[in-house]
Structure formats: C-alpha cells, structure tokens
Design a protein around this ligand. Structure first.
Ligand code: CP3
Length: 349
C-alpha cells in the first residue's frame, strides 16, 4: 500500500483531506460478479482459495473507490480448528453441527496455530497486502457473538441458551471467553504479521446484553485481546449493533476505533466514548434503498457530525443488507464519491 492513507490517519485521529469510506459487507450478493463466483464456489470454498478470495476482496475496492478493503472471510472461520464443525447456510448464516453447551464441550475446544491450521487466510492477506492501493482490514468475531453461535447452534432471536450458560455456569462461560480471546489474539496477530493494516472485532450481537452483563461477562475478554494486540501498532476496531448504552464500557476496552450504529447520534457517541477513540459509522444501511435525494441528505448529515471532531470514518451502521441483491453497485459508488467530494469541500473551509 503506497503513500499515506486517509483511513489510517482517521483511525489515529489525525487530520485528513477527505473523510475515508468503506462498507461492512462491501463484497457480497449485491455484486453480479460476486454472485457469479458463488455459483461455482461456496462462501467457505472462496475463503480456502487465496486466488479467488483475493479477487473477491478486491472487487469493491476497484468498483466503489473505497479507502479500505476488508478481507473476505466469515467470523466463524477461526472456530473450525477449535474443533467446532459448522457451515454457512445461505439466507440463514452460521449453523453448528454439535453446539457447545457443557463444561466438557468447552474443555474439548483446543487452541491452535493459525499459520498451520488456516494458512490460506494468511496467504490471501499476503497477496492483498502486496497488491492493494488501500489498507487491508483483517477481522474476527467478538467473543459474545462467536459464543452465541457456538452455544445456540445457529442464529438466535433471544440468546436464551447463551445467557443461561453465562448466568448459571459462570466458570464455564469465563473459560469459553478466555479460549475465544486466546484464539483471537493468535488469529489477529497472524493476520497483522501477514500484512493486515488494521483489525476489526465484529461483536455484532453484543448489544443484546445489559450493560451490567457486558461489563462482567464479556468486557474482560475484549480487554485481554486488545491489550495483547496493542503492541502490534495497528488500529483496533470494535463493532456491534444496538451498543449505544454500552459505549461508556466499550470506551474501556482498549479499542482505538469504535463502530456505532444509526441509533446513536454521533455527538452523543463521542460524549460516551471520550476523546481518545475514533468513530466509524453510522448511516442506516436501509437508506441504500431510499431515493438518492434522501440518501444524500442523510449522508451529508453523517459527514457534518463526523468531521465536527477528530477521527471519523464513514461507514454504515451495520453491513450492506446482504440478502437483498437489489442494491446497485452504482449507488454505493455514487455514495462514496459524494462523501469524498462533500467532505473535501467542508474540510478545506
Ligand atoms: O466485504 C465484506 O464485509 C465481506 C466479508 C464478511 C462476510 N461476513 C462475508 C459474508 C464479513 C466482514 C463477515 C462478518 C460476519 N459474518 C458477521 C459480522 C458482521 C455482521 O453482519 O454483523 C457475522 C454476524 C457473520 C455471520 C454470517 N455470515 C451471517 C449472519 C451471514 C448471512 C446469512 C445470509 O446468507 O443471509 C453470513 C454469510 C455471509 N458472510 C455473506 C457474506 C458476503 C452472505 C453472502 C453469501 O452467502 O455468499
């Protein structure tokens, strides 16, 4: 990656000439080219083939002119070598063969060397780091979100089994959190050593927890991860949805960048997070289905609020709606161009 990067500058809360933009799930079903690849290969097959994974990761960078690439993978990829068999079912999400529900199940999870068990991920990252014109974001799943898939056996509405384990067998829960933290430290370290310029912890469903439970049952594992990764010197991004009320606690996680969703106004998020953390977000992803005028008006408001403080990355409050292929690549490209141009004017004033 040559020269300076607005994405890395914003992560470091340094001044930028334009607001950096990327989108969660910028690679995916809305792209005809992606759908074509998916006709031949499953999602996990793409991940296991560096040549194909490299192309899929690059697609949105070329098409949308975004300021960062996100590795094409899934949050579940690193749990496979722990001994958890899973599949990614179309229009469902991750599905686990034998859910993890007892102390014995947790004891059986074995930590591993990601360079040996997931060599194709590191190979893809090395290829991308050599080729991309923008930084590459590596990622993994957050401890609560991974635990929820492992315990429930698939997507969940209320996380009953997960919370039950958390409250009724806290020692088992903490052992699980600790193993997931160790796994993620090794996995993200390997990604950074292979060339990832930043890493994001997708703890998507953590907003289902009360602040008290987040603080007691999840935050220590997140802190452990970020404390271990901090010396590697890359931005550490934490993301989840419906996390507005958790932001004061997330501010203590050691994250250097925090993603916020559209339910929290940016000035309020800044207040809750404090001045040491950069913000990423927070356009409602469903606005991509709105008339352009409304989308532009709302994107302008996000940029205005974002640049009122240091350290802002334009993104969606969650991912591009991945099960609806009616979003046009052209809309995302136009939005990126709008944010670049509008923010360049505003920042030059
Ligand atoms: O550009 C990118 O961001 C793509 C890389 C990426 C994928 N998954 C590929 C994918 C990333 C960053 C993820 C993270 C991920 N996976 C999360 C965290 C982010 C979030 O959405 O909150 C979660 C919770 C998962 C688990 C998962 N994988 C779900 C819920 C689904 C959707 C199920 C469906 O089919 O509707 C998946 C499948 C998945 N992962 C797709 C993509 C592009 C859907 C398209 C496909 O099946 O080819």
């Amino acid at each position: 990656m040559p020269g300076s990067s607005t994405f890395l500058q914003a992560c470091a809360r340094e001044p930028v000439s334009t607001v950096p933009v990327w989108y969660m799930r910028q690679a995916g079903r809305y792209q005809p080219e992606y759908r074509k690849v998916r006709e031949k290969y499953s999602l996990l097959e793409i991940v296991r083939h560096p040549e194909i994974c490299f192309q899929v990761t690059k697609l949105p960078v070329d098409q949308l002119n975004v300021d960062a690439a996100i590795l094409f993978s899934d949050i579940m990829v690193p749990v496979g070598p722990l001994g958890v068999k899973f599949d990614i079912k179309e229009h469902v999400g991750p599905v686990i063969e034998s859910p993890v529900r007892s102390a014995a199940d947790v004891d059986r999870l074995h930590l591993y060397d990601p360079n040996i068990e997931l060599p194709y991920v590191m190979e893809t990252i090395r290829m991308l780091a050599n080729d991309l014109p923008v930084p590459l974001i590596g990622f993994t799943g957050g401890p609560f979100t991974l635990a929820s898939y492992m315990i429930e056996g698939g997507p969940s509405r209320n996380y009953v089994r997960t919370k039950q384990l958390m409250w009724s067998e806290p020692a088992v829960w903490h052992t699980l959190m600790d193993k997931l933290a160790e796994m993620n430290i090794a996995y993200l370290t390997a990604q950074i050593q292979a060339g990832a310029s930043a890493v994001q912890l997708f703890d998507s469903w953590v907003g289902h927890l009360a602040p008290e439970d987040f603080e007691r049952y999840v935050l220590p594992a997140v802190q452990k991860m970020f404390t271990a990764l901090r010396p590697l010197g890359v931005p550490l991004i934490y993301s989840g949805v419906i996390t507005g009320e958790l932001l004061p606690l997330i501010a203590q996680s050691g994250a250097t960048v925090v993603s916020i969703d559209w339910r929290v106004p940016i000035p309020e998020a800044r207040k809750r997070l404090g001045s040491h953390i950069a913000i990423q977000g927070n356009l409602d992803p469903v606005l991509l289905f709105a008339p352009w005028q409304e989308l532009e008006r709302r994107a302008r408001a996000v940029v205005d609020a974002g640049i009122a403080g240091p350290g802002f990355i334009f993104n969606l409050g969650h991912g591009v709606v991945h099960n609806n292929p009616t979003i046009e690549t052209a809309t995302l490209a136009r939005l990126t161009e709008f944010v670049h141009e509008y923010s360049r004017e505003r920042l030059a004033q």
